[in-house]
Write a protein that binds this ligand. Structure first.
Ligand code: ADP
Length: 158
């Protein structure tokens, strides 16, 4: 039984994340979406809000589970008994950071494998950061995020 973990900030979840989640949910028996509690990043949404939004957005995808974690990812991996970390790569700009993290995680825990997935081309430019920025200044992001996130962004920025 192969369980993969998709860790991230998900502040908030976008259709790009969801595309990766849909693709990986057919590849693995179980997918744990792991929301990082990292106050240093000054998130727009609390970790509980992020978890709730992901749960609602992934409602129809059966083999997914949403959890939060803090501290080292490798410790979380141990606690859920998985050795597969899933990350998404958009452009070359993602690669350097992802490479560093993957190699650091391997250093900390050699049995961990990081797998990279590409989103559908239409989501290649979508990021949580840009979605927040565009919405903050009144832009329409309805095609880039699930409805639950659209409503939450409206509450934040109205
Ligand atoms: P982090 O702060 O850990 O980078 P994010 O929520 O920004 O958290 O991203 C989590 C993962 O999802 C990262 O691997 C990131 O590259 C990937 N990701 C984010 N947006 C997209 C997208 N539009 N398409 C594919 N992968 C994405």
């Amino acid at each position: 039984m192969a369980t993969a973990v998709y860790p991230g900030s998900f502040d908030p979840i976008t259709n790009g994340h969801l595309d990766i989640i849909r693709r990986s949910s057919v590849t693995f028996d179980k997918l744990i979406i792991a929301v990082l509690e990292n106050e240093e990043k000054s998130p727009l949404f609390s970790v509980d809000e992020r978890v709730q939004m992901i749960r609602e957005a992934c409602g129809g995808i059966e083999n997914t589970e949403v959890r939060s974690f803090s501290g080292l990812l490798v410790r979380f991996m141990e606690s859920v008994g998985s050795t597969i970390v899933l990350r998404g790569i958009r452009a070359v700009s993602d690669y350097e950071y992802e490479l560093q993290m993957a190699l650091m995680n391997r250093e900390l825990s050699p049995e961990i494998e990081t797998l990279f997935m590409l989103p559908s081309i239409e989501y290649n430019y979508v990021s949580s950061r840009l979605v927040k920025e565009v919405r903050r200044y009144g832009g329409d992001v309805s095609s880039l995020v699930p409805d639950v996130v659209l409503r939450a962004l409206e509450n934040q920025f109205s």
